[in-house]
Design a protein around this ligand. Structure first.
Ligand SMILES: *[C@@H]1O[C@H](CO)[C@@H](O)[C@H](O)[C@H]1NC(C)=O
Length: 306
């Protein structure tokens, strides 16, 4: 059965066909040192962009940046340290970007983890902490830069897994009870979808496109293939079971660069096309609630005492 899906997946896989150039554009890819993040970075570099690989491990980040410079002939590919499990690191990364980059045209929130229960530097449960809260803080801290830039785009790499659960566990957001990393992973991906939709609303009128996606093309049992302790690196390559990283990056690239996306925002894509989400993923109240909670938990806003 898996093989059949694999064959169908490869045959049906769509690619981003846009020839658009990204000269003079500044792009950031979290977890850009590996897997689909790296393939996305290679694509942006080929289009002439300045590419910032935002990742935790300096050795791996520098080495990936060098690979990409060599492979593409684009010297403007750099590593900058970002640990999404640390508010301090996120703040210092954002400060660097705000101070030193002339614009921020494309932000790709790509990094993701799935592991047994552990805590971030700030005491958040790790999967939600990195996949959602860290990216929430990062995006908000560089948002003015993104607003100043023309026709900028934000791409949030979620997963089809967001549709496997009904809701975010608001009563136990730290997932202290009955921890199951697959369930928490799916919650973090639903959080990515809520974040995308709420952010798209908040940015109405700014000409910024915010979209989310599942990186594979075939709905399948992705979780069987996930390493339970994939640590803080790019989006786990294991998720790409049926597709090469290059194929897996196509929807991300499409959302980041293609003219076909013009005018589309707040949407969820699979295989380079917008897909209707299930009702629970379209729950605006839940999205608002998560936004507010995230502001408080990341220290972006003081705790509400309504
Ligand atoms: C970074 O990656 C290198 C190479 O895989 C590894 O040896 C090193 O321990 C890693 N450093 C950290 C801080 O995780």
């Amino acid at each position: 059965m898996g093989l059949l899906y694999a064959v169908i997946g490869v045959l049906w896989a769509r690619s981003c066909r846009s020839k658009v150039r990204l000269d003079n554009k500044v792009t950031i890819i979290t977890g850009g040192n590996t897997g689909i993040g790296k393939e996305t970075a290679i694509d942006f570099a080929k289009r002439g962009a300045r590419v910032i690989l935002a990742c935790r491990n300096e050795t791996k980040g520098e080495s990936a940046a060098q690979d990409i410079r060599q492979a593409t002939g684009n010297d403007n590919v750099v590593f900058k340290h970002l640990d999404l499990a640390s508010f301090k690191s996120i703040r210092s990364f954002a400060e660097d970007i705000n101070k030193n980059e002339k614009s921020l045209d494309i932000l790709v929130n790509n990094a993701g983890v799935a592991c047994e229960r552990q805590l971030t530097e700030d005491g958040l449960e790790m999967i939600m902490g990195v996949n959602h809260f860290g990216h929430f803080l990062l995006t908000n801290l560089v948002l003015d830069k993104i607003k100043e830039s023309k026709n900028s785009r934000i791409v949030v790499v979620a997963s089809w897994g967001h549709s496997l659960i009904r809701s975010i566990n608001f009563d136990d957001i730290q997932n202290e009870k009955d921890f199951n990393y697959l369930n928490v992973y799916c919650q973090s991906k639903l959080a990515n979808v809520y974040f995308t939709r709420e952010l798209a609303k908040r940015l109405e009128g700014h000409g910024i496109l915010v979209n989310t996606l599942h990186p594979g093309s075939v709905r399948t049992e992705i979780f069987r293939h996930m390493n339970p302790c994939t640590k803080l690196v790019g989006y786990p390559v294991a998720l790409m079971f049926f597709k090469s990283a290059k194929q897996g990056a196509q929807t991300t690239i499409q959302l980041a660069v293609s003219e076909e996306i013009n005018g589309m925002t707040g949407l969820y894509f699979e295989n380079c096309r917008p897909v209707q989400m299930k009702p629970h993923a379209l729950d605006d109240e839940a999205a608002k609630r998560l936004w507010k909670l995230s502001e408080e938990m990341t220290g972006l806003a003081p705790p509400q005492s309504l």
